[in-house]
Write a new protein. Structure first.
Length: 179
Protein backbone atom coordinates (compact mmCIF):
# COMPACT_ATOMS: atom_id res chain seq x y z
CA UNK A 1 0.00 0.00 0.00
CA UNK A 2 1.32 3.42 -0.96
CA UNK A 3 1.94 5.78 1.95
CA UNK A 4 1.52 9.54 1.91
CA UNK A 5 4.82 11.39 2.03
CA UNK A 6 5.61 14.53 4.05
CA UNK A 7 5.06 16.90 1.13
CA UNK A 8 1.56 15.58 0.50
CA UNK A 9 0.74 15.77 4.20
CA UNK A 10 2.00 19.37 4.39
CA UNK A 11 -0.12 20.27 1.36
CA UNK A 12 -3.19 18.69 2.97
CA UNK A 13 -2.59 20.60 6.20
CA UNK A 14 -2.20 23.93 4.41
CA UNK A 15 -5.22 23.25 2.20
CA UNK A 16 -7.30 22.35 5.26
CA UNK A 17 -6.77 25.71 6.98
CA UNK A 18 -9.42 27.55 4.90
CA UNK A 19 -11.78 24.62 5.48
CA UNK A 20 -11.12 24.83 9.22
CA UNK A 21 -11.80 28.59 9.15
CA UNK A 22 -15.07 28.04 7.27
CA UNK A 23 -16.20 25.38 9.76
CA UNK A 24 -15.22 27.64 12.65
CA UNK A 25 -17.03 30.64 11.16
CA UNK A 26 -20.20 28.55 11.08
CA UNK A 27 -19.63 26.96 14.51
CA UNK A 28 -19.23 30.33 16.28
CA UNK A 29 -22.95 31.03 15.88
CA UNK A 30 -24.39 27.93 17.64
CA UNK A 31 -21.73 28.17 20.35
CA UNK A 32 -23.07 31.64 21.14
CA UNK A 33 -26.70 30.51 21.26
CA UNK A 34 -27.82 31.41 17.73
CA UNK A 35 -30.36 28.98 16.24
CA UNK A 36 -30.17 27.37 12.82
CA UNK A 37 -32.76 29.61 11.15
CA UNK A 38 -31.12 32.74 12.54
CA UNK A 39 -27.70 31.39 11.50
CA UNK A 40 -28.87 30.98 7.90
CA UNK A 41 -30.24 34.53 7.87
CA UNK A 42 -27.32 36.34 9.51
CA UNK A 43 -24.20 34.29 8.69
CA UNK A 44 -21.16 36.30 7.59
CA UNK A 45 -17.76 34.86 6.74
CA UNK A 46 -15.90 37.59 8.64
CA UNK A 47 -17.86 37.30 11.89
CA UNK A 48 -15.32 34.94 13.47
CA UNK A 49 -12.51 37.39 12.72
CA UNK A 50 -14.55 40.17 14.33
CA UNK A 51 -15.26 38.02 17.41
CA UNK A 52 -11.57 37.17 17.83
CA UNK A 53 -10.06 40.61 17.18
CA UNK A 54 -12.60 43.15 18.45
CA UNK A 55 -11.61 44.49 21.86
CA UNK A 56 -15.21 45.34 22.80
CA UNK A 57 -16.50 41.74 22.57
CA UNK A 58 -17.52 40.10 25.84
CA UNK A 59 -15.09 37.54 27.20
CA UNK A 60 -17.53 34.60 26.96
CA UNK A 61 -18.24 35.33 23.28
CA UNK A 62 -14.48 35.59 22.59
CA UNK A 63 -13.92 32.27 24.38
CA UNK A 64 -16.67 30.66 22.25
CA UNK A 65 -14.80 31.99 19.18
CA UNK A 66 -11.67 30.17 20.37
CA UNK A 67 -13.77 27.03 20.89
CA UNK A 68 -15.17 27.37 17.37
CA UNK A 69 -11.59 27.47 16.04
CA UNK A 70 -11.00 24.17 17.83
CA UNK A 71 -14.17 22.75 16.30
CA UNK A 72 -13.00 23.89 12.86
CA UNK A 73 -9.55 22.36 13.29
CA UNK A 74 -11.06 19.10 14.53
CA UNK A 75 -13.52 19.05 11.63
CA UNK A 76 -10.86 19.62 9.01
CA UNK A 77 -8.63 17.06 10.77
CA UNK A 78 -11.43 14.52 10.49
CA UNK A 79 -11.79 15.36 6.80
CA UNK A 80 -8.05 14.86 6.23
CA UNK A 81 -8.11 11.59 8.15
CA UNK A 82 -11.08 10.42 6.09
CA UNK A 83 -9.29 11.31 2.86
CA UNK A 84 -6.13 9.49 3.91
CA UNK A 85 -8.06 6.39 4.99
CA UNK A 86 -10.23 6.32 1.86
CA UNK A 87 -7.29 6.77 -0.53
CA UNK A 88 -5.23 4.30 1.44
CA UNK A 89 -7.80 1.61 0.72
CA UNK A 90 -7.85 2.38 -3.00
CA UNK A 91 -4.12 2.70 -3.70
CA UNK A 92 -3.07 -0.92 -3.82
CA UNK A 93 -0.08 -0.87 -6.13
CA UNK A 94 1.19 -4.23 -7.26
CA UNK A 95 4.92 -4.75 -6.86
CA UNK A 96 5.49 -5.71 -10.51
CA UNK A 97 2.40 -4.17 -12.12
CA UNK A 98 -0.96 -5.75 -12.84
CA UNK A 99 -0.70 -6.68 -16.52
CA UNK A 100 -1.90 -10.12 -17.56
CA UNK A 101 -2.56 -12.14 -20.69
CA UNK A 102 -6.02 -11.76 -22.22
CA UNK A 103 -8.54 -14.49 -21.60
CA UNK A 104 -11.15 -15.79 -24.07
CA UNK A 105 -13.79 -13.47 -22.62
CA UNK A 106 -11.42 -10.48 -22.81
CA UNK A 107 -10.87 -11.14 -26.51
CA UNK A 108 -14.61 -11.58 -27.18
CA UNK A 109 -15.46 -8.35 -25.35
CA UNK A 110 -12.77 -6.32 -27.11
CA UNK A 111 -13.99 -3.96 -29.78
CA UNK A 112 -10.51 -3.68 -31.28
CA UNK A 113 -9.78 -7.34 -31.96
CA UNK A 114 -11.80 -9.98 -33.79
CA UNK A 115 -11.20 -13.66 -33.13
CA UNK A 116 -12.00 -16.28 -35.74
CA UNK A 117 -14.22 -13.97 -37.79
CA UNK A 118 -12.73 -13.99 -41.30
CA UNK A 119 -15.45 -11.68 -42.71
CA UNK A 120 -14.57 -8.77 -40.45
CA UNK A 121 -11.15 -8.25 -42.02
CA UNK A 122 -8.37 -6.31 -40.37
CA UNK A 123 -4.67 -6.79 -39.85
CA UNK A 124 -3.63 -10.26 -38.68
CA UNK A 125 -1.79 -9.85 -35.38
CA UNK A 126 -1.54 -13.46 -34.29
CA UNK A 127 -3.21 -16.79 -33.72
CA UNK A 128 -5.02 -17.89 -30.56
CA UNK A 129 -6.35 -21.43 -30.10
CA UNK A 130 -6.08 -22.10 -33.84
CA UNK A 131 -8.07 -19.01 -34.90
CA UNK A 132 -6.67 -15.79 -36.33
CA UNK A 133 -6.64 -12.65 -34.21
CA UNK A 134 -7.26 -9.53 -36.29
CA UNK A 135 -6.87 -5.90 -35.32
CA UNK A 136 -9.97 -4.25 -36.81
CA UNK A 137 -9.44 -0.57 -36.00
CA UNK A 138 -8.33 1.95 -38.65
CA UNK A 139 -5.16 2.77 -36.74
CA UNK A 140 -1.45 2.59 -37.30
CA UNK A 141 0.01 -0.85 -36.55
CA UNK A 142 3.68 -1.17 -35.71
CA UNK A 143 5.72 -4.28 -35.11
CA UNK A 144 9.16 -4.64 -33.64
CA UNK A 145 11.36 -7.66 -33.08
CA UNK A 146 15.00 -8.60 -33.35
CA UNK A 147 16.71 -9.50 -36.61
CA UNK A 148 15.82 -12.88 -38.12
CA UNK A 149 12.82 -13.15 -35.75
CA UNK A 150 10.32 -13.92 -38.51
CA UNK A 151 8.58 -10.57 -38.81
CA UNK A 152 8.31 -10.75 -42.57
CA UNK A 153 7.40 -14.39 -42.98
CA UNK A 154 5.16 -14.59 -39.91
CA UNK A 155 3.24 -11.31 -39.96
CA UNK A 156 3.94 -9.03 -42.94
CA UNK A 157 3.60 -11.49 -45.84
CA UNK A 158 0.39 -13.15 -44.53
CA UNK A 159 -1.14 -9.68 -44.10
CA UNK A 160 -0.08 -8.61 -47.60
CA UNK A 161 -1.74 -11.71 -49.04
CA UNK A 162 -4.92 -11.36 -46.95
CA UNK A 163 -5.53 -7.61 -46.48
CA UNK A 164 -8.01 -6.05 -48.95
CA UNK A 165 -7.02 -2.41 -48.50
CA UNK A 166 -3.77 -0.58 -49.14
CA UNK A 167 -0.68 -0.93 -46.93
CA UNK A 168 2.54 0.98 -46.51
CA UNK A 169 5.40 -1.41 -45.77
CA UNK A 170 9.03 -0.48 -45.25
CA UNK A 171 10.79 -3.13 -47.34
CA UNK A 172 14.47 -2.20 -47.82
CA UNK A 173 15.48 -5.70 -49.03
CA UNK A 174 12.42 -6.00 -51.34
CA UNK A 175 11.51 -9.38 -49.84
CA UNK A 176 7.81 -8.49 -49.61
CA UNK A 177 7.77 -6.87 -53.06
CA UNK A 178 9.09 -10.02 -54.75
CA UNK A 179 6.16 -12.08 -53.42
Amino acid sequence: MKSIDKGQLLFLLIASLPVAWLIASVAVYPLNGVGLIQLLKTWRFGMLWQVLTDSHIRHDIWFNGIKSLGVGLCGSGLLITGLIVSTGRQLKVALFGDARFATDSDIRQSKQVSWGNEKEGGVIIGRYKGKLLRYTQPDFVSMGAGTRAGKGAGIVIPNLLDFNDSMVVLDPKQECYNI
